[in-house]
Design a protein around this ligand. Structure first.
Ligand code: WQD
Length: 343
């Protein structure tokens, strides 16, 4: 096949899983990553899984000259998948400029420099673009509310920029709106490496089970949901990675129906925080130390996707369920502990 894909943020959590799936589907991969929230040993792990070692550029996409150099050296790509971005929602509320600067400048640099080198672009978007949900399940046509964080704003703005650039006939874009990515590769060789104390539920659960965190706090059990805890649409990171391969195939085969397309990537099934905790305990045969605390500000009671468009148009469907997610998350956390890879 020999189609070439540039994966920015390719050593990060979702990026590394996508690189593995791309390589296993016959794509050649070039990675650009500044290692700001990833580790270089992930490249070795990718090689261990796939027996292939992608070319790696350690560059900051906010430096236009570095991006130009990359395109001068590599000439052309069939697709660019753009993951590289800051993603800590809470931090973005405290340091909004850091997020606008990094996430928007890197996107603009890529779009300017890719001209003449690539026409297909897959954007790492997020369910966070919906803001406070206006209807459930969330459809791609559901109106977007004001973003609740600067991080969310950068994803809304990113989509807006890409839609306009695509309409001008410069690029073909697929934006994938991820719901809650969790789990790890079944080999336990790659997974999420949270910087400091994790903010997201599954890494916090796994670290509590490992004893790295003393206690998990369930943020509120007085929501208007069946068990009172918040409902989210958790999606296995390998299923999510495969959605990117399907998107690349769609662009390479010119099957896209318009220059700008957007898809929800979730399972379509909402699970409560308590259901996740109970499943983690049951499947991994352990007890979690948790308490019920106050609500976390900015949390919506329920967020889950309508995945009909991804099924029928993109022809992608999640194959893994919450049992796979909690088992793989725990296997990865256990492997981290055993191998002490946190260099
Ligand atoms: C899930 C549920 C918490 C931690 C965020 C981003 C979103 C996307 C995914 C990137 C909520 C509860 C959590 C804890 C808890 N990221 N919780 N105790 O907030 O749905 O989404 O990550 O695009 O943009 O906003 O995910 O994992 O933080 O929380 O009770 O210690 O778990 O209240 O209901 P969230 P999360």
């Amino acid at each position: 096949m020999n189609k070439r894909v540039l994966v920015t943020g390719g050593l990060g959590y979702i990026g590394s899983h996508t690189v593995v799936e791309l390589l296993q589907s016959g794509y050649n991969v070039v990675i650009a990553d500044d290692l700001s929230n990833s580790k270089e040993f992930i490249l070795d792990r990718i090689e261990m899984i796939t027996k292939q070692r992608p070319v790696f550029y350690c560059i900051d996409l906010c430096e236009a000259d570095a991006v130009k150099n990359l395109f001068d050296k590599e000439h052309s790509f069939d697709v660019i998948i753009h993951f590289a971005a800051f993603k800590a929602v809470g931090e973005s509320v405290v340091q909004p400029l850091k997020y606008f600067q990094n996430n928007l400048v890197s996107l603009l640099n890529l779009l300017r420099c890719m001209d003449g080198h690539c026409i297909n672009f897959v954007f790492s978007s997020s369910a966070t673009v919906y803001g406070e949900p206006q209807e459930l399940p969330l459809k791609e046509t559901t109106p977007l509310s004001k973003a609740l964080s600067a991080y969310g704003s950068t994803k809304q703005m990113g989509e807006e920029i890409l839609e306009k650039v695509a309409a001008a006939g410069k690029v073909q874009v697929i934006s994938l709106r991820y719901f809650n990515p969790v789990g790890a590769h079944s080999s336990a060789l790659i997974g999420e490496l949270p910087l400091g104390t994790p903010n997201n539920l599954l890494p916090f659960v796994a670290q509590t089970a490992m004893g790295k965190q003393k206690q998990l706090t369930v943020y509120g059990d007085d929501y208007d949901t069946p068990d009172g805890t918040c409902i989210r649409d958790y999606i296995h990171v390998v299923d999510l990675a495969r959605a990117h391969v399907v998107s690349c195939n769609r662009q390479v085969e010119k099957n896209n129906q318009s220059a700008y397309e957007v898809f929800n990537i979730g399972t379509g099934k909402g699970l409560s925080v308590m259901e996740v905790i109970k499943t983690f305990e049951k499947e991994n045969q352990l007890k979690l130390n948790y308490i019920v605390g106050r609500r976390r500000s900015g949390d919506a009671a329920s967020v889950y996707a309508d995945v009909e468009k991804a099924h029928t148009v993109l022809q992608w469907k999640a194959e893994k369920d919450i049992v796979d997610m909690v088992k793989d998350a725990w296997r990865w956390e256990s492997a981290l502990q055993l191998q002490a890879v946190e260099k």
